[in-house]
Design a protein around this ligand. Structure first.
Ligand SMILES: [Zn+2]
Length: 193
């Protein structure tokens, strides 16, 4: 099927969502990104923080590295970065460093968003580069990905708790409780006690 060059923002965001689903499939928080230049994807990435034990393995960082390699340049001229969640300070910094002209994001991040929610590093007038910004593209889909993921996680933690209570009453029977891919401490205070 031939796809027109002026594919709209929803089209590219749906491909960023596909990246997010790859993260979800391996137990990572579902966040995905793609970088588009001249109607073509030149970088893609999804959150790999747990898998790689790397705090910098955010979807945008991975996509930026791939795009830079593909272009043979650190300046991502003429590129648009699509990401399902508002960029954090690190990724916003990398976007400014890479001179990305346009960022399109899905849903705001009230805890780390640095594209207008907590601060706006993408459009800070004192920096030498400012990025155009479009927010809220496929917001509901992007937000649901995250809320469904965390709901599932809370459910699994709850079931694990119940299971370990049953084990206590069964005295010596040592049923192995499967390890949750995320340690509760790693998830911070967002989970209910
Ligand atoms: Zn980030």
């Amino acid at each position: 099927m031939e796809v027109p060059l002026d594919k709209n923002h929803e089209y590219w965001m749906s491909l960023a969502i596909e990246e997010a689903l790859k993260a979800q499939a391996i137990g990572e928080v579902p966040i995905g990104a793609v970088i588009v230049k001249d109607g073509e994807i030149i970088g893609r990435g999804y959150n790999l923080r747990e898998t790689t034990h790397d705090a910098t393995a955010h979807a945008e960082m991975i996509a930026i590295r791939e795009a830079s390699e593909r272009l043979g340049a650190w300046r991502l001229l003429g590129c648009t970065l699509y990401v399902t969640l508002e960029p954090c300070p690190m990724c916003a910094g990398a976007i400014v460093q890479g001179r990305v002209p346009l960022v399109v994001y899905g849903t705001p991040d009230p805890k780390a968003g640095c594209a207008g929610t907590l601060m706006n590093l993408l459009q800070e007038p004192r920096f030498n580069h400012r990025t155009e910004l479009i927010e809220g593209v496929m917001q509901e889909e992007c937000a649901n990905l995250l809320s469904d993921f965390f709901r599932g996680l809370r459910q699994r933690l709850k079931e694990r708790k119940m299971l370990s209570k049953e084990n206590e009453s069964a005295a010596e029977t040592s049923v192995q409780v499967p390890e949750d891919p995320f340690s509760p401490s790693g998830l911070g205070s967002s989970l209910p006690k």
